[in-house]
Design a protein around this ligand. Sequence first.
Ligand code: CAO
Length: 542
Amino acid sequence: MATSSMMIPDLGGAENVEVIEVCVAVGDTVNEGDSIVVVETDKASMEIPASSAGVIKSIALKEGDTCSLGDLMVEIEGESESAPSVDKKQSVLETEVAPEVSAPELSAEPAVSAQVVSEQLALVPDLGGSTDVEVIEISIKVGDEIAEGDSLIVLETDKASMEIPAVFSGTVVDVKVKEGAKVNVGDTIAVLTTKASPIIAQVAAITQPKSDVAAAAVVADSTAPMDKALESESAVAGVIASGVSHAGPAVRMLARELGVDLTKVAATGPKQRVLKEDIQAFVKQKLQAPAATAAQGHGIELPPTIDFSQFGAIDTIKMSKIQRITAQNMTRSWLNVPHVTQFDHADITELEIFRKGLKAEAEQKGTKVTPLPFMLKACAMALRQFPQFNVSLDNDGEHIIQKHYLNIGIAVDTPAGLMVPVIRDVDKKSIWELSEEVIAMGAKAKNKKLMPADMQGGCFTISSLGSIGGTAFTPIVNAPEVAILGVSKALMQPHWNGSEFEPRLMMPLSLSYDHRAVNGADAARFTSFLAKVLGDIRHLVM
Ligand code: CAO
């Protein structure tokens, strides 16, 4: 067993290069090719692999150090006969090329020291989340000399057309897109030849096993937002570092093992390098995501997060707990329940005459009677008549739970958010009792005095916007209930009585129902029944 020194190899002429990652610890067993350190110049980051297998005995560099050709990297005890020497070019630089690019072949020739021509790909940048965007114009052709900032192509989304500028200069040798084609972030627009600096040439020479991989290894930073005008140097850095993101091979290996797309990982390392911790955080967030997305909507992608302040002044206001719960409940209902809404009108002309006639008596009793208690009573009757509306679907997908009680919730809009207190045993209560209870529950809701029990046990819900206005709306079923009645403002309308038009007070009804539990014909029967009962409230005593 011999102990040998492993040195920093030729870094393409670069000196005082920063060590950004030490990939080994004393005592580690490494194989030939395993990364020892990662260094980064202002143009590239590179791994310096072990030139032979062995056990690390000491490490001469730490993160943040600078190093140059010939500096001691590590001492390693292994089977190699002699210490690798820089002059023998036994160390191999491996740049952070895309994982698909195979291990480089050793070039026996010294690194290229003059400027050389290399091919680079001009890629479609981040399109602000748009996908399959149409190319409406090609602004370049083979042979064109283009400068950084020149327009390559013009794209058009359904919202805007945009020019895609070159982020580096060069000569067009191939145009990869056609007018009318649909492109996405990362797609190749064109292949350009550019004059690369020595270090690029060095890296390219070492890392390109085949000439046709050259372009793949030398790709522009596809993650650059389109509005980010990269300076040529940083564009080149992107070119060298990776086709997709900055990360060391160990990190890339971890990403590959976990099936993580590095371009999706937020980098927190120096110079926006993706660290192992970033991948771990990404995976953790993804593992936690199902719970969140379930609440958000069965894994359906959320709308894009937009910085609205770029369009004008904004405030970000914390939602109340009730608003958050309501949002979750609404989303859950909307996504779980196949909704249909049945519209109808009830002629409440006579009901209103009767109701107004109760005014004096109501005042005497210290209460007030609105159309709502009549609606409650009529709905209880309709639920009795059509029991398929007084059910909940078992989550096992195989059973329906039939309810034999008649509790009805009333939606109450309060400053804190929407609440639905439940009026129990509506069928057993008088209009007077219901009036008092509606007023009491409405007040409790507005004064934040409702107890959880006040909001439980509903069979059906009424959402009345009658005191406000509107002609109809489509309420969302308050699942696990299977139907909800929306009531809009009653208006005097001409009604054909068979021989002439007469003015009648017509109240719009909007019945949303869960089409798994209720069919359309029953919904039409339900609203017709309601219209009949409200049209002649003598039915309420039948
Ligand atoms: N058509 C025409 N007028 C109607 C009506 C209708 N469909 N429904 C109610 N009105 C009238 C009432 O008769 C009353 O007028 P009068 O005082 O002249 O009789 C007026 O509108 C106000 O009624 P109200 O809102 O005080 O009483 P309500 O029984 O209709 O509603 C409750 C009770 C608790 C819902 C109510 O206190 C409330 O908060 N209303 C606001 C609306 C609301 O929040 N709706 C829930 C929507 S959230 O989905």
